[in-house]
Design a protein around this ligand. Structure first.
Ligand code: GTP
Length: 207
């Protein structure tokens, strides 16, 4: 029998439509890269179990819809989340403005551990957001920044790993067990704005 302490984290992936959120999740969990863009409806989630030091961690990773019309559904999923991966597409300038809005938006709901990803780095020739600009932004925001590619797998594992490291680093062992221990009632961020709604999606996912 394993002596590892079991924890459960709820992770959200946020960013504009088409930046590669679903692709990053599929690459991380299933090592699969979808060639086509099938827009996420509402939210969907996947689970991955990892071990880190003395912890066995169940990651419930929620892939949100980037389309504007699903924004209020996405916001209702901030409740109880532990960490957020914010994603933009390095070839699409407007997706960088989009991610800045998502970061601002999330700040209104509580304090989350965060990682920012500039995805599609395999399309470097089409880069539209300068690396220097990103460095300056991430320092100002105190947010870890990684350039990723769901297509090649570059930094995908590292992005999720960095977020998990941050969650652990920012808490004592007692806090981790109290708030995320699998036998205790999971607690993430307490919602400071709108109450969460029960959401049903076409794919039948629920919170
Ligand atoms: P919504 O569900 O609408 O919010 O979109 P999404 O952010 O989940 O985007 P999705 O993962 O569906 O990817 C959109 C398109 O970008 C797909 O055609 C993917 O194949 C492509 N894509 C995703 N990641 C990468 C990447 O790292 N490199 C390249 N070249 N294409 C990518």
């Amino acid at each position: 029998m394993s002596n590892l302490q079991e924890l459960k984290f709820k992770i959200l992936i946020l960013g504009n439509s088409g930046v590669g959120k679903t692709s990053m999740l599929l690459k991380y969990v299933d090592n699969f890269f979808p060639q086509t863009h099938i827009a996420t409806i509402g939210v969907e989630f996947k689970t991955k179990i990892i071990t880190k030091g003395k912890y066995k961690i169940t990651l419930n990773i929620w892939d949100t819809a980037g389309q504007e019309r699903f924004k209020s559904i996405t916001r209702s999923f901030f409740s109880g989340s532990t960490g957020i991966i914010f994603v933009y597409d390095i070839t699409k300038r407007e997706s960088f403005s989009g991610v800045r809005n998502w970061i601002k938006d999330a700040e209104g709901y509580g304090k989350f551990d965060r990682v920012l990803c500039g995805n599609k780095v395999d399309l470097e020739v089409n880069r539209n957001v300068k690396l220097d600009e990103l460095k300056e932004f991430s320092i100002k925001q105190k947010i870890d920044y990684l350039e990723t590619s769901a297509k090649t797998g570059n930094n995908i594992y590292q992005a999720f790993d960095k977020l998990v490291d941050n969650i652990i680093k920012n808490r004592t062992e007692d806090e981790l067990i109290r708030d995320f221990g699998i036998k205790s009632k999971p607690r993430g961020v307490t919602l400071t704005k709108n109450k969460p709604k029960v959401v049903e999606t076409k794919s039948g996912c629920c919170k």
